[in-house]
Design a protein around this ligand. Structure first.
Ligand code: PGA
Length: 251
């Protein structure tokens, strides 16, 4: 069944001492994490393993990316098989910054989703439209194509293991959040699209997170939307107090 999830995407931020301090601050407040809310942090790759030890069991860790390959001559890459061997159980796939700056298209993202599932890692699959696409009324088509191309080759069993994050690109790091209505409308659309291609049980088992300028002030309203199962949080996850307020909003 759908789980409440709050994931913090640190992106390329924090020195190692700062990263340790942030996790310690979160762990000090772990009693505030509501029962039933899965908390995940996605720190930069070099910090994953040591932070996973500090954060467990209250907080899980996610990689921000992985290779579509399991091993081999791919200099600079990290495989999901490696992550799995170090007890990293989640991986963000297809973030818009990967799509924009590293030319990841739906085809590459699909193979990365496969790599995660092959290695028992939960992919947090990101989708979302550009501002120009929304202004042109193309946002549903864009998101539908992303979801279909990346996920709809999967079996019902496998697709049920995926977490979807809807992140309108115009809302990421801009301070402009989707309205509750815009978020709910797209989340409901994604869930109905999954239901149509698979079935209602599958659609009801997938957590759909909202991402894009979620902060301590707007999280509660967004998370109260019926089809919003939590958030993927960038900037506001870098401050322990703000992130904890957001976690509590997912209750
Ligand atoms: P933001 O980033 O919360 O800073 O907008 C969200 C994300 O990129 O996942």
């Amino acid at each position: 069944m759908r789980k409440k999830i709050v994931a913090g995407n640190w992106k390329m931020n924090k020195s190692w001492p700062e990263a340790q301090a942030l996790v310690h601050a979160l762990i000090e407040k772990k009693a505030l994490i509501p029962a039933g809310v899965q908390v995940i942090i996605a720190p930069p790759a070099p910090y994953l393993q040591p932070l996973s030890v500090t954060a467990a069991p209250a907080i899980a860790v996610a990689s921000q990316n992985c290779s579509q390959h399991d091993s081999g001559a791919y200099t600079g890459e990290i495989s999901s098989a490696m992550l799995a061997s170090m007890q990293v159980n989640f991986c963000i796939i297809g973030h818009s910054e990967r799509r924009q700056f590293y030319s990841e298209n739906n085809e590459i993202i699909r193979t990365k989703v496969y790599a995660c599932l092959r290695n028992a890692i939960t992919p947090i699959f990101c989708c979302g439209e550009l501002l120009a696409e929304r202004n042109a009324g193309e946002h549903f088509n864009t998101v539908a194509a992303q979801v279909k191309d990346a996920l709809f080759h999967l079996s019902a069993e496998d697709v049920s293991k995926v977490v979807i994050a809807y992140e309108p690109v115009w809302a990421i790091g801009t301070g402009v959040t989707a309205s509750n209505e815009q978020a709910e409308e797209m989340h409901a659309f994604i869930r109905a699209f999954v239901s149509k291609n698979y079935n209602q049980d599958v659609a009801n088992s997938i957590s759909i997170l909202y991402g894009g300028s979620v902060n301590a002030a707007n999280a509660a309203e967004l998370f109260a939307c019926p089809n919003v199962d939590g958030g993927l949080v960038g900037g506001a996850s870098l401050k322990a107090d703000d992130f904890m307020t957001i976690i509590q909003a997912a209750q």
